[in-house]
Design a protein around this ligand. Structure first.
Ligand code: SF4
Length: 507
């Protein structure tokens, strides 16, 4: 435990990030939308209730990225701590540096920007973050000379909010994996040395395994990283620009034990593709994945989830090694866990577009087989009670109406498989970061048709998932009731909205 009461470096975020989302990570996604049909306060409570803190305002669980920065700074000898945003004022006297991190500061990332474009209303994550930065405490900190450093996966968004950057008096924005650069920056900030405005951490400066610290206190819902980077090289993705690194089992184990010590009984294995842990290029290696799950299940008595897996890996692992059914029956769906949640990326149903934009996403299968890879993988997950939340990108550069129709056909084929599918508009990132954002006025009738199919798929399965798997705990009954009401509300809104949208879109 950290045993000081005055922190020179305070690390924080706004409430949408500093929450355990009722122990259900997926509920956190509600914060990426505006408060539809409910008062904002109630919406915030659904998405991001306040978290337990100690007397100093240190949260029992905190976002993993903030925990990594905290650990790195503590290891370097700084008095640093993650503090809940409602308790920052307790540290105004000693604070010299204020660090703010976020996944989506201004709601420009997916799926926030879709909800914003479709509804015309600002998502609550943006409202909440801006409110926090304009709060009296942050203003007071800035007035007394505290240096403010912003970072995290959404750091790039500050480049689109220069006025707000100036208004908040942000001293440095750090874009990229920060472990190798952050100690020097904080030292300079504490010593009053000149600071760069923007630090971009390129592939050459990404930290090695040895430079990545072990977290010192618990992460939200037991999330722990098992791997960084991804070898698949999709052109729209920034993750792929970073080198692939597997976190050794003993380091992963230490972090699990940190979480368990704080009473967190669940674990979310974070990786761009959990099945590629210890893998052979883009091919899963069953021994490494089994060893990982064996170790995790030895300690974790609650549920285990995967943050992400690739559809090609799921198909390859099952077809060649029966690995998915083995993991499900021996390590995952045991001890009271009745499903496994995971995020997956469909992105398109068009083999033509897949070949151009993500040629290795289907590897070791050819891109021409992409729709079959998706369908087979969804079947395998359904048979093993794995429930995917799948993303699909609308408006990828080079997309034409043939591609959109192929994607719609794929959505129809996925209907028998329990899943949530979320449409996202193209956001320029990775190799495509200089391309145009997808805008509402680019929507065609094919896009609308596709989106309606997706929403109908998701609403159909959302009810089934809630009835059989999700929020079944008695104390979550009010939450379940509210979410069911929300689903009915979306259905009603959709039935009224569709004719209007169809009348105003391009033919
Ligand atoms: S598979 Fe996923 S993480 Fe990997 S490059 Fe493609 S989109 Fe990025």
């Amino acid at each position: 435990m950290i045993d000081v009461t005055s922190y020179e470096v305070v690390i924080t975020s706004d409430r949408t990030m500093m929450s355990n989302h009722h122990g259900k990570e997926f509920l956190g996604f509600l914060a990426t939308g505006p408060a539809v049909g409910l008062p904002e306060k109630l919406w915030m409570w659904l998405a991001a209730p306040k978290i337990k803190v100690d007397g100093e305002g240190r949260p029992i669980e905190a976002p993993y990225g903030l925990r990594k920065i905290e650990a790195k700074l503590i290891d370097a000898g700084f008095r640093a701590a993650v503090i809940d945003p409602d308790h920052i004022h307790k540290h105004l006297d000693g604070m010299k540096v204020l660090m703010v991190g976020h996944h989506d500061f201004f709601a420009y990332g997916p799926p926030s920007n879709e909800w914003w474009l479709i509804t015309g209303e600002e998502p609550v994550n943006r409202l909440s973050f801006m409110r926090f930065m304009r709060s009296e405490t942050v203003r007071k900190a800035k007035a007394k000379g505290v240096k403010v450093i912003a970072g995290g996966p959404a750091a790039w968004q500050w480049l689109w909010e220069l006025d707000f950057w100036r208004e908040c008096g942000i001293d440095v924005v750090v874009d990229g994996e920060a472990e190798r650069v952050i100690v020097d920056l904080v030292r300079k900030a504490l010593d009053g040395e000149e600071l760069p405005n923007y630090v971009f951490v390129g592939p050459a400066d990404t930290p090695s395994i040895d430079e990545i610290p072990v977290i010192k206190a618990a992460s939200v819902n037991g999330l722990i990283e098992v791997m960084r980077g991804c070898p698949r090289g999709c052109k729209f993705c920034s993750v792929t620009l970073r080198p692939l690194r597997f976190i050794p089992l003993d380091k992963i184990e230490k972090e699990i034990l940190v979480n368990i010590k704080s009473g967190i009984t669940n674990a979310i294995l974070h990786s761009e593709d959990v099945l590629l842990y210890g893998g052979d290029g883009i091919k899963p290696r069953p021994e490494a994945v089994i060893k990982l799950h064996e170790m995790v299940r030895k300690h974790v008595k609650g549920s285990i989830a995967w943050s992400h897996a690739s559809l090609a890996s799921i198909k390859y692992a099952e077809d060649n090694f029966k690995l998915i059914s083995r993991l499900a029956s021996e390590y995952l769906l045991t001890e009271g866990q009745n499903f496994l949640g995971v995020e997956v990326g469909i992105e398109t149903g068009s083999p033509r577009l897949a070949e151009i934009i993500m040629p290795a996403k289907s590897a070791p299968y050819p891109a021409s087989m992409w729709p079959e890879v998706v369908e087979d993988s969804f079947r395998i997950m359904h048979e093993n009670t794995i429930i995917p939340a799948a993303t699909l990108i609308i408006g990828l550069p080079g997309e034409n109406s043939y591609d959109v129709v192929k994607t719609a056909e794929l959505i129809d084929k996925l209907r028998p498989y329990r899943s949530i599918i979320v449409p996202m508009f193209f956001v320029p990132m990775g190799v495509l970061k200089n391309r145009d954002w997808f805008k509402k006025q680019y929507l065609t009738s094919d896009h609308i048709d596709l989106m309606i199919r997706i929403v109908n798929h998701t609403l159909y399965w959302a009810e089934d998932i809630m009835n059989k798997f999700y929020l079944r705990e008695p104390y979550l009954t009010p939450l379940r009731f509210l979410l069911k009401l929300f689903i009915q509300y979306v259905k009603w809104r959709l039935s009224r909205l569709v004719p209007v949208i169809e009348a105003t879109t391009h033919r």
